[in-house]
Design a protein around this ligand. Sequence first.
Ligand code: SF4
Ligand code: SF4
Length: 317
Amino acid sequence: MVERPILPIGNTYLDAFVFLAFFVLLFFAGIALKNRKGIRLRLFVQATAFVFFVFIVHRCFCALRGTIFSFQDIGKNDLNVFNGLFIFVPLIAFTLMFGRIFCGWLCPLGFMQEAFFRNTFIKKFMLDPAPRLKWLRLLLSAAIFFAAIFLLFKFRPKTFFFVQNIAAFWGLVTIIFSVFFLLNQEADLKLKNLRYLLLFAWLVIITLGIFVTDPWCALFGNEIDYSSFVGLFAVLASAVIVPMAWCRYLCPLGAALSLVTKFSQVKIKRKKDLVISKKEARQVCYVQALDEKALDESSCLFCKRCVEAGISDIEEL
Ligand code: SF4
Ligand code: SF4
């Protein structure tokens, strides 16, 4: 782990190297997204981003909180403003150019959840429609929910219970949404639309000045607070039951990026008139952005798997 800035800005703790690495990885991912054979590089970009940001530099990735706090510092503390925006601005700029490539190609939390889907045994457990497996998934969800509640109460601080537990609560809601999905898979789209409401709630909480943590913090922060650790546990455990449940329903950053991606210059478009089965669609797309006939642009992570499978095309406006 790097303890000091590699390319310090002035004599401060701010490290321009993190910004450069982030920029280069996004650029590389954007080029690979547009290249016909670029999908082969996705795992490499994801693994590089994971190792670099989780094990080497530990840069806080909380783009939304940092951004709102930095807006409040404009005119007062330029360094804080830069610190808050230097992840968010390239993230928005690249999303406008290439869609959600951060989600599909760089995000370490997305990468960790996706890892379960790559495992043949877990993938079969998640997708198999057999009733006995559905009940097993529901039982597992209940076990994860109570384990998360247990951790929450076991390690809770003595003061400011709600404020200090927001990450854990968001993690618990991920499990609850996963249960709703297991009970009625057709409710997926409705649950996905709730992420905008949750994003709004998240932004209100930050604007009120509350220093929210989320499951990301357990990955990127130098100090692991227990609430974000409980949140991370809930998010990763849910991802064994419903593929990438956090990315589908709860992630505030993902919800914000899905609004921006409507204006992106690169689109992933489902091939017209190509009909596939529901099972085929679910085998290819982690987040169920694909179904038999359509592609839900707002849920798409731009992973390019459906392009590789011959179901969709990359289009530039
Ligand atoms: S939705 Fe959130 S957690 Fe998922 S890949 Fe995107 S930013 Fe990462
Ligand atoms: S629709 Fe295609 S590119 Fe988008 S998340 Fe699903 S598989 Fe990936």
